[in-house]
Design a protein around this ligand. Sequence first.
Ligand code: GAR
Length: 209
Amino acid sequence: MLRAVVCVSGGGTNLQAIIDALEAGQITNVELAAVISNNKNAKALERARNHGIMDIALSPKDFEDRSAFNEAFVAKMDELAPDLIVLAGFLVTIPPAMTEKYGNRIINIHPSLIPSFCGVGYYGLKVHEKALERGVKVTGATVHFVNDGMDEGPIIAQKAVMVEDGDTAEVLQRRVMEQAEWILLPKAIDDFANGRIKVVDGKVIYTDK
Ligand code: GAR
């Protein structure tokens, strides 16, 4: 059984999709060891508690500077000893010491088709605002491994979602979650946990397991 730690910042609908998939047996071979949030008021922490999962609040605001936070964050992760770290709407930059230690064992969900609308400043609702501003007709979501670059790690899976006339950022965000994120992320976790994906030459390969 793989030990997974999920990191969240806000509402936690992606966390909920993971919990639901685990409870429905759509993700196998995974145990949720803990949920960590940089925001102690995150609804996501409440979702974790409701399902008997350990919830941990760890905010950069409670530390003297970013490097002190990073150190505590890595130490907490080491204590939890995860096989897999899932960033499910986690809006804190992952310390290089963590990507180094947990290389190709950290996955992130991003609400666009990478390499569009990603990188510094593209997170949450802002991604959808930018997509609408540009007038794209198709957007979507991407699950990828995390490396030291911002949204630059090997892509695991992507799913396209149509933009519709009259969309607001909120409406588009919801459609991308429903049609892409809540499907892609649980599936990627299940694929990882059951040894169906591996990284070769910086790209994700699906094995036939
Ligand atoms: C999701 O749309 C996720 O893709 C996005 O934040 C939202 C969190 O929602 N993540 C990023 O923008 C990361 N760059 P949730 O808390 O309801 O799952």
